[in-house]
Design a protein around this ligand. Structure first.
Ligand code: HEC
Length: 89
């Protein structure tokens, strides 16, 4: 039956879309952990202990004088996502 086929195609498309949505939202902390590994820069655990709110965390990132943070500082959305990823509100 053509109708059943359409339903299964529709479901497959849904899964594919979900999958790609997941990939595009994989940003946030993933883009920080290369440097924030506890060696070069403080890691997620250390930062979430140090800053109790997302606002303080974002402000600290913007305050950073380190040149490695220069391009990151301008991306407020990314900073907010990262804050959420490490468990700050
Ligand atoms: C290219 C490397 C690099 C990347 C990528 C990076 N950082 Fe940093 N970040 C640093 C370095 C180096 C420091 C300075 C660490 C220090 O002073 O001990 C720093 C400092 C910070 C600070 C201030 C920490 C403190 O307590 O002084 C925050 C907050 C921060 N980064 C957040 C982020 C977030 C959020 C991301 C991802 C969106 C990110 N960083 C991505 C290298 C990086």
């Amino acid at each position: 039956m053509i109708f059943k086929k359409m339903i299964s195609v529709f479901i497959i498309i849904c899964f594919i879309t979900l999958f790609f949505c997941d990939l595009t939202t994989a940003g946030g902390w993933d883009q920080c952990k290369g440097c924030h590994n506890g060696n070069l820069a403080p890691d997620a655990k250390e930062l979430s202990n140090k800053y109790d709110t997302a606002d303080k965390f974002v402000a600290a990132a913007k305050r950073s004088e380190n040149s490695l943070m220069a391009s990151i500082k301008r991306n407020e959305k990314l900073l907010r996502e990262a804050a959420k990823d490490i468990g700050l509100k």
